[in-house]
Design a protein around this ligand. Structure first.
Ligand code: URA
Length: 285
């Protein structure tokens, strides 16, 4: 029968893991030379080995030693080329099985797409059937509308970066659940930290609530700027500004709200210094 860790040790470990998360450290890597396991109390060693995989037990052992030197930060940390950093994050994500979505019919992981040096990033909720099939966010009907919104701003899809709160399709297009968002969002945070966009647009309530950790209706979330900086971000980077607008899928269902969404996008354009493209009639004038 598996034994549990002593409550005091459990508390200390939980505290240390929380501290690491606040510092933007989510993954722990084994460094052989940094784990003098034999210095651990014997009971602790056996309890760890019984309960956890070797990789995890090594990580927790290092935490128990309170030795931050034994913990490697995210592999892309210090990599200044955003394209290289994104590749490293993608590699680290691997064929992810960290949450239950990997067993619920996803075909592939939908990592994100666009310009690694984008000034503007859009974050949606999660892949739908088309995105799951093609491995790219926002390629279905909602994606067509998002493309039109980007074009109306005077930008091209290739200019911006597009990602989602979760990278695997929730079955039947249900909303991603809390544990799924929490498991996936460290990777999104690392993507944001690599790209360092000037502005982020959260598409819909799920994206907004997860990014901002605020539970409020869309009417309250929209129409203002939020300061946003992932914990994993470069200390010399001041962070992004984040705006919230309606999800394109919602706008397809209720096109009367398109005017409101356009107001949100105009706020973003003003901040980024983007002039909307002239209409053909204006150009002719
Ligand atoms: N809806 C989303 O939130 N994301 C996508 O990628 C597609 C549809």
């Amino acid at each position: 029968m598996p034994r549990t860790l002593e409550p005091e040790l459990q508390r200390a470990l939980a505290e240390r893991v929380r501290y690491c998360h606040e510092m933007g450290i989510y993954d722990f890597y084994r460094r052989e030379s940094a784990f003098p396991d034999e210095t651990l109390p014997p009971t602790f060693q056996s309890e760890l080995r019984e309960e956890m995989s070797p990789k995890k037990s090594a990580a927790v052992a290092s935490i128990a030693h309170s030795s931050l030197a034994a913990i490697a930060v995210n592999p892309e940390q210090g990599v200044s080329d955003p394209s290289a950093a994104l590749k490293m994050i993608r590699e680290d994500l691997g064929d992810c099985t960290r949450c239950k979505l990997h067993q619920q019919g996803r075909k592939q992981i939908v990592f994100g797409v666009g310009n690694p040096r984008a000034e503007l990033m859009f974050v949606g909720e999660g892949p739908g059937a088309d995105e799951d099939a093609q491995g790219e966010p926002f390629v279905g009907r909602a994606g067509q509308l998002l493309n039109n919104m980007i074009k109306a701003m005077g930008l091209r899809r290739e200019d911006v970066y597009i990602a989602n709160i979760v990278k695997c399709r929730p079955p039947g297009n249900r909303q991603p659940e809390r544990d799924e968002c929490e498991t996936c969002s460290p990777f999104l945070m690392r993507q944001i930290a690599a790209i360092k966009p000037k502005a982020i647009v959260a598409l819909g309530a799920t994206a907004a609530k997860n990014l901002l950790a605020i539970n409020a209706p869309m009417t309250e979330l929209r129409g203002r700027w939020y300061d946003f900086k992932p914990a994993a971000g470069d200390p010399s980077w001041p962070g992004s500004r984040l705006a919230v607008t309606y999800h394109p899928a919602f706008l397809l269902r209720d096109p009367r709200q398109k005017g409101e969404a356009w107001k949100d996008l105009q706020m973003v354009m003003k901040y980024l210094g983007i002039e909307p493209p002239k209409k053909p009639a204006e150009e002719a004038r």
